[in-house]
Design a protein around this ligand. Structure first.
Ligand code: C5P
Length: 232
């Protein structure tokens, strides 16, 4: 898979999601389905979007004991998504169990990536609430290396971290980066943002873009602008 723009379909119903996806009559975007839409509509929404010809990143961020995550992944593998994920904080044992569960009898599996530290967690919260006292940058790189050693395919990280993750874990280790905004756009609640062009320059493999596309007056034009800046 090459560089691509993944559109975060953060909607609460199938109806809203299809009204949005119906606008894309040309190139079919790679779609991210998160907890909101998945919990609202269940696995059928994944099958329906897949049947329309979209590639899918199923962003459910699993984090539980290894056996439970393994069993959950062995259910999710039947949905035939392209990418799914978990929290690296679940430890190496959990990540290895997830890979086992995700692998189909024929040896194929979706790509599996790890969330390092959420971009909503800052240094202060990490120290106070999680008792992790190392610098954020070091924590993110350590989690990325742990995920790579467990055999995962990449991480979700800030575009600001993508270059360093590639240095530490190899250029083939995927970096999937949210927090993308147009230079002339609203930042919203994202704290550390980058333009699609800057994310491309720093080496992100995939950018995840939500509101700059979903809330745009012309979502298709906004998507095409992202593709032009990031992929071309
Ligand atoms: O609307 P916006 O472009 O901010 O959407 C970004 C998407 O990426 C959302 O679905 C959000 O949940 C997700 N995400 C994020 N930061 C992370 C992990 C996921 O913004 N660290």
């Amino acid at each position: 898979m090459g560089k691509d723009v993944i559109v975060a379909c953060d909607f609460s119903s199938a109806e809203q999601t299809f009204a949005f996806l119906d606008k894309f009559t040309g190139r079919k975007p790679f779609v991210k389905i998160g907890m909101e839409l998945y919990y609202a509509e269940g696995p059928e929404i994944v099958r329906q979007i897949k049947a329309r010809g979209h590639r899918i990143f199923l962003d459910l961020k699993l984090h539980d004991i290894p056996n439970t995550v393994k069993k959950a992944m062995s259910v999710l593998r039947n949905l035939d998504v392209d990418i799914t994920n978990l929290h690296a904080a679940g430890t190496t044992a959990m990540m290895r169990a997830a890979l086992e569960g995700l692998t189909r009898p024929d040896g194929t599996r979706p790509l599996l990536i790890a969330v390092t530290q959420l971009t909503s967690t800052d240094q202060e919260a990490m120290e106070r609430d999680l008792l992790i006292r190392a610098p954020m940058d070091e924590v993110v790189m350590h989690y990325a290396e742990t995920a790579a050693k467990a055999g995962l395919d990449g991480v979700v990280c800030s575009p600001l971290e993508a270059g360093k993750v590639h240095q530490r874990c190899g250029s083939g280790f995927l970096t999937v980066t949210p927090g993308v905004r147009f230079a002339d756009g609203d930042v919203g609640d994202q704290k550390r943002v980058m333009t699609p062009a800057a994310a491309k320059a720093i080496g992100s493999d995939y950018i995840v873009v939500g509101r700059p596309i979903t809330a745009a007056a012309d979502p298709v034009a906004a998507y095409e602008r992202c593709v032009a800046e990031f992929c071309d």
